[in-house]
Design a binder for this molecule. Structure first.
Ligand SMILES: [Zn+2]
Ligand SMILES: [Zn+2]
Length: 336
């Protein structure tokens, strides 16, 4: 029997309709990375082609490699850094000059290695680069919100194969993030606690949608997941802003990212995916909201019904998806 489920954080309804399910093996997607060259002379992000890319803003070096992670300005930015976010227009036609920051984080020098092919210390370096850029831009008084994300594969909107992530800082906050901020604020007024801290505690107590947890993070499928294998990673320590990530949380974040992504790859045959770090607007106090990561394997396309209603149809049961991923993690960890 199909059922409607409501996501209390995102305030979205989803239809869980398992009759429409496909078996995971039918999800096969992109070319395995083993087919890619180690270095592509035509790739703008490969070592040796640094001059071909846009301006470098920072790099993390290591002995033996000229750089491990590089951050560059996006060559085709959606927004421009040299503007002021001046508000103009009128009630019917409001506008703000298109200030914003658009950077690309080149994950590693290796053309053919995704996150799960890297060492844990290489994954930690990517996270350090994310945090360094976040902390830099949150000090810019023109910036209100910073979104860090990764489009992995064509179906996720990526145009360059070499593994990379992106950062966009905007002078506005979207209706989506404002909605989540309002929900967490209202909850705190009523219960004097953080909605997401309480939700994470509930998930851990119920233990039916958990994929994996370690000392500092937990991953689970949302109760009302919008799509198959949609996964959340939450820090156990309360902070609204990703920039508050502490040094001792970084290895744990690298660990959980590895196991979540690796289990999805194994089960779903290297799906294209989007990965988003969802953080509060930079000016908000550290009470409402609680930063987290969404990982969305791109297994189906958004169609007319979703566009028309904003109600998604998920053909799989989140509890069943979580169990499948948890079994893969247990195998990877040698627990079974
Ligand atoms: Zn490359
Ligand atoms: Zn919290």
């Amino acid at each position: 029997m199909p059922e409607f489920r409501y996501n209390i954080l995102t305030q979205e309804w989803v239809i869980i309709a398992t009759e429409r399910a496909k078996r995971p093996m039918e999800f096969a997607q992109t070319i395995p990375r083993a087919m890619l060259p180690k270095l592509d002379p035509t790739c703008p992000f490969c070592p040796g082609n640094e001059a071909a890319t846009a301006t470098e803003v920072s790099r993390i070096s290591r002995p033996g490699v000229s750089w491990q992670t590089r951050v560059i300005k996006n060559k085709f930015p959606a927004l421009q850094e040299d503007l002021q976010p001046t508000v103009s227009g009128n009630f019917f036609r409001p506008k703000i000059d298109g200030f914003g920051i658009h950077e690309v984080i080149i994950d590693s020098p290796y053309h053919d290695r995704g996150i799960t092919d890297l060492s844990f210390s290489d994954i930690e370096t990517i996270i350090e680069a994310y945090r360094e850029r976040y902390r830099t831009h949150e000090r810019d008084p023109r910036v209100k919100h910073i979104i860090l994300f990764k489009n992995n594969g064509e179906k996720a909107g990526s145009s360059i194969i070499h593994p990379h992530s992106q950062l966009i800082a905007t002078p506005i906050i979207s209706g989506q993030i404002q909605g989540r901020l309002n929900v967490t604020k209202n909850y705190r007024m009523e219960h004097h606690t953080c909605l997401m801290c309480d939700m994470v505690a509930q998930e851990m107590a119920q233990n039916t949608r958990i994929i994996y947890r370690n000392e500092h993070f937990v991953s689970f499928l949302p109760y009302a997941a919008l799509s198959s294998f949609h996964t959340w990673i939450f820090p156990l320590e309360h902070h609204a802003h990703f920039g508050r990530l502490s040094d001792n949380q970084i290895p744990a974040l690298a660990d959980i990212l590895y196991y979540v992504l690796k289990s999805q790859e194994k089960l779903l045959n290297y799906p294209d995916f989007n990965f988003v770090i969802r953080s509060a607007p930079v000016y908000t106090e550290d009470v409402d909201y609680h930063w987290y990561i969404s990982i969305i394997p791109r297994l189906s396309k958004t169609a007319g019904f979703e566009i028309g209603s904003n109600i998604y149809i998920n053909p799989s049961l989140p509890e069943a998806n979580a169990l499948e991923l948890r079994n893969v993690v247990d195998t990877l960890k040698g627990l079974v």
